[in-house]
Design a protein around this ligand. Structure first.
Ligand SMILES: *[C@@H]1O[C@H](CO)[C@@H](O)[C@H](O)[C@H]1NC(C)=O
Ligand SMILES: *[C@@H]1O[C@H](CO)[C@@H](O)[C@H](O)[C@H]1NC(C)=O
Ligand SMILES: *[C@@H]1O[C@H](CO)[C@@H](O)[C@H](O)[C@H]1NC(C)=O
Ligand SMILES: *[C@@H]1O[C@H](CO)[C@@H](O)[C@H](O)[C@H]1NC(C)=O
Ligand SMILES: *[C@@H]1O[C@H](CO)[C@@H](O)[C@H](O)[C@H]1NC(C)=O
Ligand SMILES: *[C@@H]1O[C@H](CO)[C@@H](O)[C@H](O)[C@H]1NC(C)=O
Ligand SMILES: *[C@@H]1O[C@H](CO)[C@@H](O)[C@H](O)[C@H]1NC(C)=O
Length: 493
C-alpha cells in the first residue's frame, strides 16, 4: 500500500524523483520509431509531462506527518505564509491549498495513462481535454490505437481543418439553429461558425479549442477543468466544468463530466472521438464495421444543413434502423442526403425512447427535471451501442446516462478540392505527409448526448437542457472493449 511508504522524511526525496520522471519525456521522434507500439508501461509512472504537469514544487518549510483528510491520505506542511497546507500525494498534482505548487501550464503535453491490469492505455492532452491515443488488444493479441488524431499535439490547435479529433465539445455540442435560443423570454445569439448559418460545437472557441487545466492525476485517471466565463461565445453564466477520464481493468474507458453555472444556460457536453476499430490495418473503411443500437427507436429528422426540423420519426424501415446488428454498408446506399445535401453516410442523432434502466418518468413532473447529479450512477443497465470490426475482432460497447447518440461516419473528412485532407497518425500507417490520409467513411464519431438542438424544441420534445443554480449538469459513459470472432461472437477477455 502506498500510504505506508510515504512518511514525512520521504517527501524531500519525492520531489527530485518526480523531476527525474518528468525529464524522461518520450520525444515524438521516439514514439514515431516505435510505429505500432503504445507508450510502454515502463514509461508510465503516471505521466510524462516535461516538468509542468506533475511538478510538485510545494515549498513547505516544515513537514507534517501524513494523515487522512476526507478519506484520502494527505501530506503537507507549513507554507511560506505560515499556514498549514495539505495535498493528496496519491495524485501527483498538488491540491489547490498548496500555494507554491506549480500549476500545469503547457496545454499540449501528453499525459499517458494505463489501467492497473495494463489492458488499455491512452494518452490525453489538456488542450480540448482531448484523447490522442487509445490502445487495446485485437483478436490476435496485438495492440491497436483506435482513435484518430495528430502525432504532433500542437497540430490540434494549428490545423486549419480542425476536425475536432477527440476533444470534449461544449458548452453546447452539435448545432444551434441560426445561433439563436430563447430562455425565459430573453433571446441570445451565439456565433454562426458553421457556414455563417448556425453555431457548431459551442461557437468560434468552443471547449474543443480551449486549454483545460489538470485538476488531478493518477496513473490510471486524469481530471481536467475548464472555467468558461459569462458571455463567452454569447452564452449567459459562468460555467465550471470537469471531465474525468479513467482507465479500468478489463479494457474499460470511463468518462464522467460535471458542470455548474451561476445563471441558467444551455449545457450539452460530449466526447467527440473518431473511431476506427481496425486502426487502418486491414482496411481503411468503417462501412464493414457492424453497429447495433438496440434501443434507438427514433431519429432526429434534419434539413439539408443538418438542422433539426422538429420531427422525431420512427427508425422502422429507414436507413436509421440499427436496432439489430448490421454493417453500415448494408444501409449505406439508402443514405443519399441523410448527412446533408448531396452527401452519403450518416451525421445523425438517434433517440432512445426507453434506454434500459433509465426511466424518463421524472421528466413528466411539473417541477424542473431532477438535477442530473441526483441521477449520478444511474446509467443504462445494458450497452446501448455495440460496434465491432469482424476483421480486427475488436468490439466496443457503450453504457451511458444520455438518451441520444450522434453518429457521424466521416462523410466529408477528406475534400482535396475543398478544405483539404488530414495526415494519418503513424499508428495508422501515416508518415507525417499527406501520402496516407484519413479517407471519407474511414472513421465514425460517436457522441453520447441529449437530443441535438433541444434548446429550440423544448416543448415539442419535452427537453430541458438549461442548467444553473440548483441544477448542475452531469454526463457519464463507459466504453468497454472486448474481442469477438468473425461472426461477432464474444471471445471473452
Ligand atoms: C520542455 O521543457 C524544456 C525545458 O524546460 C523546454 O525547452 C521545451 O520547450 C519544453 N517542451 C515542451 C513541448 O513543452
Ligand atoms: C521557500 O520558502 C522559504 C520561506 O519559508 C524561502 O526562504 C525560500 O526562499 C523558499 N524557497 C523557494 C525555492 O521558493
Ligand atoms: C495488422 O494486424 C495484424 C494482426 O494483429 C498484425 O499481425 C500486423 O502486424 C498488423 N499490421 C500492421 C502494419 O500493423
Ligand atoms: C509540430 O507542429 C507545429 C505546428 O503546430 C510545428 O511548428 C512544429 O514544427 C511541429 N513539430 C514537429 C516536431 O514536427
Ligand atoms: C437569426 O440570427 C440573427 C443574428 O445571428 C438574428 O438577427 C435573427 O433574428 C435570427 N432569426 C431568427 C428567425 O431567429
Ligand atoms: C492556450 O494555450 C496556448 C499556449 O500556452 C496559448 O497560446 C493560447 O492562447 C491558449 N488558448 C486560449 C484560448 O486561451
Ligand atoms: C469526401 O466527401 C466530401 C463531401 O461529400 C467531398 O466533397 C469529397 O470530394 C469527398 N472526397 C473524396 C476523395 O471523394
Amino acid at each position: 500500500m502506498r500510504a505506508r511508504l510515504l512518511t514525512a522524511p520521504f517527501l524531500p526525496l519525492l520531489l527530485p524523483l518526480l523531476s527525474v520522471v518528468s525529464s524522461s519525456t518520450v520525444p515524438l521522434a521516439a514514439a514515431a520509431a516505435a510505429a505500432a507500439d503504445p507508450p510502454s508501461s515502463k514509461e508510465i509512472p503516471g505521466f510524462v509531462n516535461n516538468g509542468t504537469v506533475g511538478s510538485l514544487v510545494c515549498n513547505l518549510s516544515k513537514l507534517i506527518k501524513p494523515h487522512r483528510v476526507g478519506g484520502v491520505v494527505a501530506v503537507g506542511g507549513v507554507g511560506g505564509d505560515g499556514q498549514k497546507h495539505f495535498f493528496n500525494y496519491q495524485s501527483t498534482i498538488a491540491g489547490l491549498d498548496c500555494p507554491e505548487s506549480k500549476p500545469p501550464t503547457y496545454p499540449f503535453n501528453e499525459i499517458h495513462l494505463a489501467s492497473k491490469d495494463d489492458s488499455i492505455r491512452a494518452t490525453f492532452v489538456p488542450y480540448g481535454a482531448l484523447i490522442s491515443q487509445l490502445w487495446v488488444k485485437d483478436r490476435y493479441g496485438n495492440w491497436r490505437d483506435l482513435v484518430l488524431g495528430f502525432d504532433n499535439t500542437t497540430n490540434y490547435a494549428t490545423d486549419g481543418i480542425h476536425p475536432n479529433f477527440g476533444p470534449i465539445v461544449g458548452r453546447y455540442a452539435n448545432r444551434i439553429r441560426n445561433g439563436t435560443f430563447t430562455y425565459q423570454g430573453r433571446t441570445y445569439h451565439t456565433p454562426l461558425n458553421e457556414n455563417g448559418l448556425d453555431t457548431l460545437h459551442g461557437g468560434l472557441v468552443g471547449y474543443d479549442r480551449s486549454n483545460f487545466t489538470v485538476k488531478s492525476l493518477d496513473s490510471d485517471s486524469v481530471t481536467f477543468e475548464i472555467r468558461d466565463p459569462d458571455g463567452n461565445q454569447g452564452f449567459p453564466g459562468n460555467v465550471v466544468a470537469n471531465v474525468k477520464y479513467s482507465l479500468g481493468s478489463g479494457s474499460v474507458w470511463e468518462i464522467e463530466m460535471e458542470a455548474e453555472s451561476d445563471s441558467f444556460t444551455p449545457l450539452m457536453l460530449s466526447s467527440h472521438v473518431y473511431w476506427n476499430l481496425e486502426a487502418y490495418n486491414e482496411t481503411s473503411t468503417i462501412l464493414d464495421h457492424v453497429l447495433e443500437m438496440k434501443y434507438a427507436d427514433k431519429y432526429v429528422e434534419t434539413d439539408s444543413i443538418l438542422i433539426p426540423t422538429g420531427k422525431l420519426p420512427e427508425v422502422q424501415g429507414t436507413p436509421f434502423d440499427f436496432r439489430k446488428a448490421k454493417s453500415f454498408r448494408s444501409l449505406f446506399d439508402r443514405t443519399e442526403g441523410v448527412c446533408g445535401y448531396g452527401c452519403k453516410g450518416w451525421d445523425s442523432c438517434f433517440v432512445m425512447s426507453h434506454p434500459p434502466g433509465l426511466t424518463q418518468q421524472d421528466e413528466d413532473d411539473d417541477d424542473r427535471q431532477p438535477s442530473s447529479r441526483d441521477l449520478q450512477n444511474r446509467m443504462t443497465s445494458k450497452p446501448v451501442l455495440e460496434m465491432h470490426s469482424p476483421k480486427s475482432g475488436i468490439k466496443l460497447s457503450v453504457q451511458t446516462d444520455q438518451p441520444a447518440i450522434q453518429i457521424y461516419t466521416c462523410d466529408g473528412i477528406s475534400s482535396p478540392k475543398g478544405k483539404g485532407s488530414l495526415p494519418r497518425k503513424r499508428s495508422h500507417g501515416g508518415d507525417g505527409s499527406l501520402s496516407k490520409i484519413y479517407e471519407n467513411h474511414s472513421c465514425v464519431v460517436i457522441e453520447m448526448e441529449d437530443y441535438i438542438d433541444g434548446i429550440n424544441h423544448q416543448q415539442e420534445w419535452n427537453r430541458d437542457q438549461f442548467y444553473g443554480p440548483g441544477r448542475p449538469y452531469s454526463w457519464r459513459s463507459v466504453y468497454t472493449f472486448s474481442n469477438v470472432d468473425e461472426q461477432g461472437r464474444d471471445l471473452g477477455v
